[in-house]
Design a protein around this ligand. Structure first.
Ligand code: NDP
Length: 234
């Protein structure tokens, strides 16, 4: 039987690529979307990860449709860049609320079913900047570093139940999130990447597929960089 998978923010960008990759591997894939139209070909539930009620309701619908979630990919995320001196507290906490607390809500809701099944895979989409830091991104980098600490805690807490928790740390990926950066900045970033180019979302998705597969049965608490070498040494 196909595994029940959930990808948050699976309506576009990296999340959509992950959803497609896992579906192609034979899983029953549900996605959440917050705005716009749901993507075609997936069981899609509207959900804002800053709301526990939304997350709980989304899981209920997904469980009814395709069974308890065995693989969860916490991918939904936002940036709100600003230099520290100019960054409002609201700008800091709202990024934390989506990226870090949102992932917590999703993992917390997923773990119930996983504990009953005595198996499960959690994959958290962090970022290279969670480890290396990034000027103007104190909120975003803090949220992404927090995901590492959280995932590693879950790896320890849930390992005896055969539930793994791993982190993927992408570098500079070709999505709407990076398209807003001006061309000059994009060129500068690319110059610092040993592979001298952006990743395509599919290159992140393939690593997530691996971490969710039987081939990764002995990997937990890992942080896998998929960044063309950008974060080497961190
Ligand atoms: P996009 O901006 O293209 O997509 C972001 C996704 O997250 C959308 O589906 C969006 O939904 C969803 N989302 C945002 N806020 C919420 C919320 N409160 N509740 C539910 N869903 C929400 O980003 P990417 O595809 O580039 O990024 C995906 C993940 O990868 C993010 O966590 C990001 O931080 C991370 N990442 C991206 C990198 C890059 O270079 N692009 C590099 C490293 C990490 P909606 O369509 O409704 O807005």
């Amino acid at each position: 039987m196909a595994r029940s998978v959930l990808v948050t923010g699976g309506n576009r960008g990296i999340g959509l690529a992950i959803a497609r990759e896992l579906q192609a591997a034979g899983d029953a894939v549900a996605v959440t979307y917050r705005s716009g139209e749901p993507p075609e070909g997936f069981f899609a539930v509207k959900c804002d990860v800053t709301s526990w009620e939304d997350v709980d309701t989304a899981f209920g619908k997904i469980e009814a449709e395709q069974g308890p979630v065995e693989v969860v990919v916490a991918n939904a995320g936002v940036t709100q860049d600003q230099l520290l001196a100019l960054m409002s507290e609201e700008k800091f906490t709202s990024v934390l609320d989506t990226n870090l607390t949102g992932s917590f809500r999703v993992a917390k809701r997923a773990v119930k079913g996983m504990m009953k099944m005595r198996r499960g895979r959690m994959v958290f989409i962090s970022s290279v900047v969670g480890l290396s830091g990034s000027g103007g991104q104190a909120n975003y980098a803090a949220s992404k570093a927090g995901m590492v600490g959280m995932a590693r805690s879950l790896a320890r807490e849930l390992g005896s139940r055969n539930i793994t928790a791993n982190v993927v740390a992408p570098g500079f990926v070709n999505t709407d999130m990076t398209a807003v950066l001006d061309d000059k900045l994009q060129d500068t970033i690319k110059q610092n990447i040993p592979l001298k180019r952006q990743a395509e979302p599919e290159e992140i998705a393939k690593v997530v597929r691996f971490l969710a597969s039987d081939d990764a049965s002995y990997i937990t608490g890992a942080v896998i960089p998929v960044d063309g070498g950008l974060g080497m040494g961190h």
